[in-house]
Ligand binder design. Sequence first.
Ligand SMILES: NC(=O)C1=CN([C@@H]2O[C@H](COP(=O)(O)OP(=O)(O)OC[C@H]3O[C@@H](n4cnc5c(N)ncnc54)[C@H](OP(=O)(O)O)[C@@H]3O)[C@@H](O)[C@H]2O)C=CC1
Ligand SMILES: CC(=O)N[C@@H](CCC(=O)OP(=O)(O)O)C(=O)O
Length: 333
Amino acid sequence: MLKVAIVGASGYTGATLAKLIANHPSLALAGCYVSAGSADAHTPLSQLYPELLGLVDQPLQPLTHEAQAELGQQAQAVCLATDHQVSAELAPALLAQGLTVFDLSGGHRFADPAIYPQHYGFSHPSPELLSDAVYGLAEWAGTALADAALIAVPGCYPTAALTALKPLAQHGLIAGVPVINAVSGVSGAGRKASLNSSFCQVSLTPYGVLGHRHQPEIESQLGHAVVFTPHLGAFKRGILATITVPVSADCTEAALSEAYGCYDDSAVVHCLPAGQWPKVDDVAGSDRCLLAWKLDSERQVLVVASAIDNLMKGAASQALQCILIRFGLGGEA
Ligand SMILES: NC(=O)C1=CN([C@@H]2O[C@H](COP(=O)(O)OP(=O)(O)OC[C@H]3O[C@@H](n4cnc5c(N)ncnc54)[C@H](OP(=O)(O)O)[C@@H]3O)[C@@H](O)[C@H]2O)C=CC1
Ligand SMILES: CC(=O)N[C@@H](CCC(=O)OP(=O)(O)O)C(=O)O
C-alpha cells in the first residue's frame, strides 16, 4: 500500500481526494492535515463531511513544525490541497524528506518565477524547484510523471480548456486566438467563506476578465495565446468551457476526428457523438471530461465544448491519476 498524506484535507479538494484515496485498494490515507491554528484541528474529517462517515473518521491533525518534520516517516507521498503560497512554502521541506509532492495549487505550475508576483501576488520562495516540477495533465504528461518528485496538478479551468485544445495544437490545426468562455460552480472558490460566493450574491457573471491567472497557465501549456473569460455560475460543482477556435484551412471533420482520436482509449476523456453537447450535470461528481465539437467549414471556425467536475478531474481525481501513474499503480482514476 502506498501511504499518502493530505495537507488541507478539510477543504473541498482535500476532502474529495481523501475519499478517493480511502476508497482505492492500493492507497492508504496516512494523515489528514490542516494549518497549525485551524479551528477544525482534531475534528474527524467525517464530522465535517458526513458522507465520509465510516470511511475517513480520522481526526484532522494540525500541521505543526513537529508534524511537518515527521511527515516523511508517515507517508511516501503528500498532496498539498492548500493555497498557492502555502504550497510553495511547504514543498521544499517536504521534498527534502524524500516525499513525492503533488501540489493541487498553482504554486508550481509555471517554469517562469516572474509569473508569481505578476499573477499570484507573491514572490516564489523556491524558484529553483519550478523547472523540475512536472505539469500533471494526466493524459498529456506522458513518461515525465514516472520519476517526478514534484507534480503540479493543473488548475480546473486549464484542465477543461487544455483537454479540448491540446489535440488541435498537436495536429497544427489552430490558426488564430482561441476564445475560451467557461462557467464554474461555486465550489471552485473553496470552502472558506467569502461574500462573492455566498448564496444570495451568486448570479451568473464573468469575473477576472482579461486578468485571470489561468490565462497564462493555459497559454504556457498550449503554446498559443488565448482569450480566457471565466464565469461564476449558480451551481455547486462542475465547469463547462465553450471554446471558439479559428482553425487552419486543412482542418476538416476527418482531421478533427483524427486529432480527438487520441482519447479513444481513455477511460476519463470521452468525445460525445456528433450533435450531442456536454452538460455540467453529466460530469458532476465524476472523474470524466466530456468533449463535443462542431466545425463551420465556411468560416473555418471550430466550436468545442468541454465539461469536467472542478473538484474531480479539475483537482482531486486528476491528482489521483497522477499518483497512480507516478507510482506505477495504473493510470486511470
Ligand atoms: N476548488 C477547486 O475547484 C479547485 C481548487 N484548486 C486549488 O487547490 C487548492 C485547495 O483548494 P480548495 O480545496 O478549494 O480550498 P479550501 O479553501 O476549500 O481548503 C483549503 C485547505 O487548506 C487548509 N489550510 C489553510 N492554510 C493552511 C496552512 N498554512 N497549512 C496547512 N493547511 C492549511 C484549510 O484548513 P484550515 O484553514 O482550517 O487550516 C483547508 O483544509 C487551492 O490552491 C486551489 O486554488 C485547484 C483546482 C480546483
Ligand atoms: C469559481 C472560482 O473561484 N474558481 C477558482 C479557480 C479554482 C482553481 O482551479 O484553481 P487554482 O488554479 O487556484 O488551483 C478561481 O477562479 O480562482
